[in-house]
Design a protein around this ligand. Structure first.
Ligand code: AMP
Ligand code: MN
Ligand code: MN
Ligand code: MN
Length: 292
């Protein structure tokens, strides 16, 4: 039986709603064998997730989803298999945390100008970790009755170019890839079809990414249509990038995709896990969970 990989997911350490241990339990219930926890700009959930994974016989890939600004656009770069104690990675993410604190305050001010009081505090109250993301602002706006639903929050206020949008200079592409590599990880461009870059810009992004040492493209993503999965499979082949697969799971309800429910990689892609040595090994042994 081929293993089921899901290499993109979120916990309460950033904007997911399940605690890391709950996330791993759910992944196991959904048949996932290999799960990457990739919270936005933090590694805080990894230790708890790893302990749960060892208990349950799931292979936990320590990961992170780094916010990058490239040519004025936000690009997400996944780091897979990172050493969570690595100083350059930790320092880099600390710098992003500082920017996030600034962005939270600024976003709160913008909303206040639009007649919405206490949003920064409200969003912060809805977090259980250190990361305040636009997801928390959206949940606050729904909860406080300013918008009908989550989607409307982004459409009216929080989405790019909308009334309360605050642009922020996140990490440079080269920096993000360098931190990930320093920590022994593989850098992967997350949900590449979501950026709506034209052909020329997309090529430039992939070239800059490869030059910086990036090796992977998230070919299969819940943010992609079936067709986009195939387009990205072709791009991965064309640029010699390894292919990754992720649900980008955030929560059990709502519009996000379920853990593990992602399409299979087209046969002509080289999987990002090619050299991880997992296929040949009994999983219980990998997870150190003999006899459970
Ligand atoms: P941030 O990194 O704080 O700017 O927040 C980005 C997060 O907001 C993403 O990871 C998604 O979880 C969520 N998000 C961004 N755009 C949308 C959208 N249009 N609809 C729903 N969620 C979104
Ligand atoms: Mn998110
Ligand atoms: Mn993302
Ligand atoms: Mn994500």
């Amino acid at each position: 039986m081929p293993l089921i990989y899901d290499l993109h997911s979120h916990s309460t350490a950033s904007d997911g709603v399940l605690e890391p241990a709950e996330l791993v339990q759910r992944a196991r219930d959904k048949g996932v064998d290999v799960l990457a926890l990739t919270d936005h700009d933090v590694l805080d959930g990894i230790a708890e997730a790893r302990a749960a994974a060892d208990r349950l016989g799931v292979v936990l890939v320590p990961g992170v989803e780094v916010s990058v600004t490239w040519r004025g656009r936000v690009i997400h770069v996944l780091g897979l298999g990172v050493d969570t104690m690595n100083p350059p990675l930790r320092q880099g993410l600390e710098g992003l945390a500082e920017k996030r604190r600034w962005r939270t305050a600024e976003l709160g001010r913008r909303l206040e100008e639009l007649g919405i009081d206490g949003a920064a505090e409200g969003a912060a109250r809805l977090t259980r970790g250190r990361v305040v993301s636009r997801t928390h602002f959206a949940r606050y706006l729904v909860e406080a009755g300013y918008v009908r639903d989550f989607k409307a929050a982004f459409k009216r206020y929080l989405g790019r170019g909308r009334r309360a949008y605050v642009s922020c200079e996140w990490a440079l592409l080269e920096e993000a890839v360098t931190w990930i590599r320093a920590a022994g990880g593989q850098a992967v461009i997350a949900h590449p079809a979501r950026y709506r870059l034209g052909r020329g810009l997309f090529t430039e992004l992939l070239e800059a990414f490869k030059n910086a040492g990036g090796t992977g493209l998230e070919v299969i993503s819940s943010s992609h249509s079936r067709r986009e999965n195939l387009v990205m499979a072709a791009q991965a082949r064309r640029y010699g990038l390894l292919a990754s697969v992720g649900s980008d799971f955030h929560e059990p309800a709502g519009s996000w995709c379920e853990l593990g429910s992602v399409a299979a990689l087209p046969g002509d892609c080289i999987p990002i896990w090619r050299d991880w040595g997992l296929e040949d090994m009994p999983l219980r042994q990998v997870a150190g969970n003999e006899g459970a």
